[in-house]
Design a protein around this ligand. Structure first.
Ligand code: NDP
Ligand code: GDR
Length: 347
């Protein structure tokens, strides 16, 4: 009989943690998911997926910034695979809290790498790296060997953790792999990120609960995919014969403005754009009402202008391919937010 595989997911209360837990439970894994002690822990994502009481899911309190508890977590768990998804993951906040971001997002993963080195070097380790490490465009499309040039404290912290994963692979033979994932979204995306902010606001405008959507830089271009498909890629990365680095992306890029137009369209509203820069506005094409305007408070001190990834290596070596189009993803998110807002709640 095959032994039940045991996986640890840090950050199970986040978007990817919830989808990955669902996937691994479906695959028959015993899953331990970590959450942070806060005054009001929120499990809405795993509840929405209906897995919060799954018999093979165990939830444990853990903070990535604590080395000794990282060691004890691994001593208690006998894990085969660790997926390190925990991070201070919001780029905007990283400019306000650079040191906290460095502690959690940069040094945090090293606590797990050290714990693996000390407790069981055979554990396979996945590090959630990011297209934000490419930052200022050095080549188009970006792939595994494109030079990095991060543009935020978040990107810099992630780059450190990325190289530490590579370093532990090369120094100690640890199966440490890194997925350089481009933006991936879903109805479970946090509302501080631009796609979900847009779909939630579009739903509220459609239902008469909000007048205007305020945004920052509409010209930023992102390669947006569907999170559920990206967590499948994470799993494949840890099933490979050897540890490595892989880009997961769709190879299509659109502006934030395009996504706004798409989201309103999904709610049956046509948008017309007028003006430029801080004066740009989006109008309801039927009655001229202003529905979108710019607020410089959402601008970032340094911006990542253009991300588009080439997932050819993952396709060739892992058989991974994104399938959901951006239009389908946007429609799915708008419909979920219309449902939630109509029912009177939205996380
Ligand atoms: P989320 O922000 O939704 O989730 C982050 C998770 O990390 C949450 O569960 C959060 O817990 C947890 N966390 C934060 N700080 C700590 C800490 N000190 N100790 C333990 N846990 C902590 O991110 P996503 O699910 O979107 O992303 C998953 C990972 O992938 C992140 O590392 C992110 O940086 C990275 N990434 C994401 C991409 C994307 O497009 N989504 C693209 C590329 C990389 P709490 O709920 O308590 O805040
Ligand atoms: P990003 O995602 O920074 O790419 O990081 P986010 O959705 O926050 O921003 C995308 C782009 O939209 C522009 N923008 C706005 N962003 C937000 N959040 N709010 C606004 O009002 C707004 N207006 C315009 C931003 O300037 C930016 O250019 C995400 C995170 O999930 C990271 O953890 C992950 O590593 C990367 O994706 C890949």
């Amino acid at each position: 009989m095959q032994k039940t595989k045991k996986a640890l997911i840090t950050g199970i209360t986040g978007q990817d943690g919830a989808y990955l837990a669902e996937l691994l439970l479906q695959k028959g894994y015993a899953v331990t998911g970590t959450y942070r002690r806060t005054s009001s822990v929120n499990f809405w994502r795993i509840e929405e997926l209906g897995i919060e009481s799954h018999p093979n899911l165990k939830l444990v309190e853990y903070d990535l910034t604590d080395l000794s508890s990282s060691i004890r977590l691994l001593q208690a768990g006998d894990f085969d695979e660790i997926y390190n998804l925990a991070a201070q993951s919001f780029v905007g906040v990283s400019f306000e809290q650079p040191v906290t971001t460095a502690d959690i997002t940069g040094i945090g993963p090293v606590h797990l790498l050290e714990a693996i080195r000390i407790v069981n070097p055979k554990i396979r380790f996945y590090q959630a790296s990011t297209s934000e490490m490419f930052g200022k465009v050095q080549a188009v499309p970006q792939k595994e060997d494109t030079p990095f040039y991060p543009r935020s404290p978040y990107g810099v912290a992630k780059l450190y953790a990325h190289w530490m994963t590579v370093n532990y692979r090369e120094s100690y033979g640890i199966f440490g792999s890194s997925g350089i994932l481009f933006n991936h979204e879903s109805p479970l995306r946090g509302r501080e990120f631009v796609t979900r902010k847009i779909t939630d606001s579009v739903a509220k405008i459609k239902l008469g609960k909000l007048d205007v959507l305020e945004l920052g830089n509409l010209d930023a271009k992102r390669d947006w995919g569907f999170a559920k498909e990206y967590v499948e890629g994470m799993w494949r990365i840890l099933q490979a014969d050897k540890p490595d680095t892989y880009v997961l992306a769709t190879n299509r890029t659109e502006t934030v403005r395009d996504f706004v137009t798409m989201a309103f369209k999904a709610a049956g509203i046509a948008i017309e754009w007028q003006g430029s820069g801080e004066q740009e506005t989006g109008h309801d094409a039927q009655n001229g009402k202003v529905l979108v305007r710019i607020s410089p408070k959402f601008y970032r001190p340094a911006e990542v202008d253009l991300l588009i990834g080439d997932p050819a290596k993952a396709r060739k070596e892992l058989g991974w391919e994104p399938k959901t189009t951006l239009e389908e993803l946007c429609q799915m998110m708008v419909e979920a937010d219309l449902r939630r807002n109509a029912a009177g709640f939205s996380f």
